[in-house]
Design a protein around this ligand. Structure first.
Ligand SMILES: Cc1cc2nc3c(=O)[nH]c(=O)nc-3n(C[C@H](O)[C@H](O)[C@H](O)COP(=O)(O)O)c2cc1C
Length: 431
């Protein structure tokens, strides 16, 4: 009789990452409405954007009476000892009731075991797992010893994971996982993966790029089978990440490399229907995906700047209305540009709720630079497009958003500059 494969026990309230195709953690792009849209199109699990431990510690949990969304809020101090008067509370993280039932993994940015436990305790009762980011290569993360810097301090990384396993698992009965990048050599990756698998984690995601690699460089999969084998031997579920394009593509890769599941980031950012199997229709048109996304933005009262940011990723750059979208100031204007008249009343209500003038044409504060990127997409160069004032139609390729791939792919981990739903300073620190 073949021996039963080893499996680190999944705590009763936790989730097994095996056989799952999941939404990756994405600062800005992985806020609540995107996660709901990914779930709508069949994502098995969704990761929240990385949130730095210090941002969460000291936040207050509340239930939004209008939406039933669980929110963690705090008053921003803007670097001062006391917060300036009349500053509104910033939302640090949100959990929708439909995510709570074993769908949401919270990703933490940390470089300290005690702080990691303290921050994880704040949300652990509302999520299905806690993931540690050991892959962000940006200086604001690595200079604090977080993200990819943890790959160079394996003792610290293991101490963080062990602290979470020893404290959070028994207290909240959810699992702990880690998301890492490849190291320079297979031998180095092997040593680290073996150590990580010995900490008691239930899952490990490997982003198949090394820390210096840019997102536009193709993922390298030469070490993947080795990582999957070590994880299987240790009973830890292994997710692969990097250039996975759709659910069906994910299934092929899972089969080819012997991993347990796959994680998608930029494919989902462009069109969240990438999670839908071909047999059920596969990719939706970008218009359908945009409509679904906008509905989720409006029902959750998502910050308009954040909504626009992702819209500029989903709408093909060549679509005649792109510039209108990038310059819009309200949900009402966006809905009109898309010609979604059945949603106009809801858009006006959403604007009213958010205190936005639906007809505003006020320019943004500050001088506009020549060749300035479209609003909401500082990472894209200005596109010369035909501007239409009314509803615009187009016939896009549903899989591609038409933006220059290098522009889109280049922006793996943008520094949040204030368009995120979450408090800017915290989100900037949270990659
Ligand atoms: C907008 C954006 C934000 C990201 N934020 C995070 C993050 O918060 N935490 C993290 O571990 N990785 C983050 N990443 C990296 C992705 O999770 C993923 O590892 C990477 O994009 C490779 O996957 P892909 O080829 O499917 O895009 C981010 C990527 C993008 C595009």
């Amino acid at each position: 009789m073949a021996p039963t494969p080893k499996k680190v026990p999944i705590p009763p309230r936790g989730v097994d990452y095996r056989d799952k195709i999941v939404l990756a953690p994405m600062v800005r792009s992985g806020e609540l409405p995107s996660r709901l849209t990914a779930l709508h199109y069949g994502a098995d699990l969704v990761w929240g954007p990385e949130t730095v431990d210090r941002a969460m510690i000291g936040a207050t949990r509340r239930i939004n009476p209008d939406t039933n969304i669980v929110e963690w809020v705090r008053i921003p101090h803007f670097g001062q000892k006391q917060p300036p008067p009349n500053v509104p509370a910033s939302v640090i993280f949100q959990v929708h009731p439909s995510e709570q039932c074993k769908k949401l993994v919270y990703q933490i940015g940390t470089s300290d075991p005690d702080r990691a436990v303290e921050a994880a305790r704040m949300v652990a009762a509302d999520v299905a797992g806690i993931d540690v980011n050991a892959g962000c290569p940006k200086p604001f993360s690595t200079s604090g010893g977080m993200g990819a810097a943890l790959l160079k301090t394996p003792d610290k990384l293991c101490a963080i994971l062990e602290a979470l396993v020893n404290n959070i698992v028994p207290e909240f009965e959810i699992g702990i996982s880690v998301k890492m990048r490849l190291l320079e050599t297979a031998a180095e990756t092997e040593t680290l993966v073996r150590r990580l698998c010995g900490t008691g984690i239930t899952g490990l995601t490997v982003h198949c790029r090394t820390t210096p690699m840019r997102p536009r460089e193709p993922a390298i999969r030469g070490q993947l089978r080795m990582v999957a084998d070590i994880c299987r031997e240790a009973g830890v579920a292994c997710l692969m990440n990097g250039d996975v394009e759709s659910r069906d593509h994910a299934k092929k890769l899972i089969e080819e490399f012997g991993v347990d599941g796959a994680m998608m980031a930029r494919a989902a950012e462009t069109n969240p229907s990438c999670f839908r199997p071909e047999a059920e229709g596969g990719f939706a048109s970008w218009q359908d995906a945009v409509e679904k996304y906008l509905q989720n933005c409006m029902t959750t009262y998502n910050r308009f700047g954040n909504t626009k940011y992702l819209l500029c990723n989903m709408v093909p750059g060549k679509w005649p209305g792109f510039k209108n979208i990038s310059q819009s100031k309200s949900y009402t204007q966006v809905i009109r540009t898309f010609g979604l008249s059945h949603l106009e009343k809801q858009a006006m209500e959403t604007d009213a709720k958010l205190g936005i003038d639906p007809e505003s044409t006020a320019p943004r504060k500050g001088k506009k630079r020549k060749n300035q990127a479209p609003e909401g997409r500082p990472d894209l160069e200005t596109k010369k497009q035909k501007v239409s004032n009314g509803a615009v139609t187009g016939s896009p390729n549903p899989k591609m958003n038409g933006n220059a791939p290098s522009s889109v792919l280049d922006k793996e981990q943008p520094v949040s500059n204030g368009t995120a739903t979450r408090e800017p300073a915290m989100a900037a620190a949270s990659m």
